[in-house]
Design a protein. Structure first.
Length: 101
């Protein structure tokens, strides 16, 4: 990230009159594990109040490469606080299933 990036400004911590540090739950669909998606999630988590955020649920397609996504999931999980329930799901032929890494 660049030092002058607008994402570092306090006004970027709000969307639709919701302050990110007030979020209790985050649900993300269509996660691909790309570096852009990973950066987005990590930046979003850095804007949230660790004591307020209770859960993070990320859903991804079953068409990803498990070895690639496993490291991304571990990295995202490592930046979450212990009080935050983190769940990764895969949408596959059998419907929604938890992704175990």
């Amino acid at each position: 990230m660049m030092l002058g990036c607008p994402c570092h400004l306090p006004e970027s911590y709000r969307a639709d009159n919701i302050t990110f540090d007030a979020l209790e739950e985050i649900d993300i669909d269509n996660f691909t594990g790309s570096s852009e998606h990973k950066k987005f999630v990590i930046i979003l988590l850095s804007r949230c109040n660790a004591a307020t955020l209770k859960s993070l649920e990320i859903t991804m397609s079953g068409e990803f490469i498990p070895s690639k996504i496993k490291g991304v999931c571990k990295e995202i999980n490592s930046v979450c606080q212990p009080n935050c329930k983190v769940k990764f799901n895969v949408v596959g032929e059998m419907g929604l299933e938890p992704f175990v890494f």
